[in-house]
Design a protein around this ligand. Structure first.
Ligand code: A2P
Length: 282
């Protein structure tokens, strides 16, 4: 399993399995299939309402001797309604109960509090972050970070934090390259993860992506994921299909040329979630 090393020395598998929009009733079986396919990095969130199913899938694999807990890298996230110090600590404990885990590998703030909703957005992020720092210092979680933070959200946090975020999970896929944001994070020692790296499936239908992928003898999904991996980004693809899960992990025996990579970088926006951290009202 290829890994990237976070700024605190923790190794994180270089591709993760995403579970956004996967119902709790089915996620356990899918997590088990993903682990059997080779995934060791699982991404969920309190907001996905599927943490207990993810925990069931993990336990099933441990009980069958497929993996040990230590082999897995498990991420969850504190939802927006639980911002602030006390609420975040309680939300963490609830997530841990749901997952059935004693320690977590990565805990993330799901969205920044931002100026379109709050005058005191910086203080709110600082207080939420202080809870993550304390959970980290107490050894409950091996790494902490944020999601959907742009540089202007990160800068005030970097000014006030004691421990800097180790990860920023943002939406990235062809047509949404965000080179400046990746550079800002990497210059500050923050590992970037990509959610919806296949644009919730839209990328694989694009003729230009299909044509480049065909030249490498790869699937369009593998091309999109490899394009991210070559930037040092950790993609979190979702699939409910065992073959596609396995294909999405098989990225290590080809290299996209600088020219093709630049052509993908330059593709105009052609679909994505439409959720801008500076506009969302949830
Ligand atoms: P499926 O579950 O049928 O495989 P994202 O991770 O960007 O949100 O994209 C998830 C979507 O992409 C899902 O609809 C998933 O469908 C599809 N998908 C995942 N992997 C592949 C693949 N290798 N080829 C084609 N579609 C894929």
């Amino acid at each position: 399993m290829h890994t990237v090393t976070l700024c605190n020395g923790v190794a994180m598998p270089a591709v993760g399995y995403g579970t956004w929009r996967t119902p709790n009733e089915t996620v356990g079986g899918l997590v088990e299939t993903a682990i059997r396919a080779g995934y060791r990095h699982l991404d969920t969130a309190a907001k996905y309402a599927n943490e207990s199913g993810v925990g069931d899938g993990i336990r099933a694999c441990i009980d069958q001797g497929i993996v040990c807990r230590e082999d897995l890298f498990v991420t969850t996230k504190v939802w927006n309604a639980d911002r602030g110090y006390g609420r975040t600590i309680r939300a963490f404990e609830t997530s841990m109960q749901q997952l059935g885990l004693r320690t977590l590998d990565l805990y993330l703030i799901h969205w920044p509090a931002a100026s379109q909703q709050y005058d005191c957005w910086k203080a709110l992020n600082t207080e939420t972050w202080r809870a993550l720092e304390d959970l980290y210092k107490a050894g409950r979680v091996r790494a902490i970070g944020v999601c959907n933070f742009k540089p202007h959200h990160l800068l005030p946090l970097l000014d006030t934090c004691e421990i800097a975020p180790m990860v920023n999970q943002i939406e990235l896929h062809p047509g949404m390259t965000r080179a400046d944001e990746i550079a800002f994070c990497q210059e500050n020692g923050i590992t970037v993860q990509a959610w919806s790296p296949l644009g919730t499936g839209r990328m694989v239908e694009n003729p230009e992506i299909q044509a480049v992928a065909a030249r490498y003898g790869r699937t369009p999904a593998q091309l999109c994921l490899r394009w991210l991996v070559q930037k040092g980004v950790v993609p979190l693809p979702k699939s409910w299909n065992a073959q596609r899960m396995a294909d999405n992990l098989n990225l290590w025996d080809f290299k996209i040329s600088a020219e093709d990579s630049a052509a993908i970088d330059a593709m105009p926006y052609f679909g994505g979630s439409g959720e801008d951290p500076d506009k969302v009202m949830f």
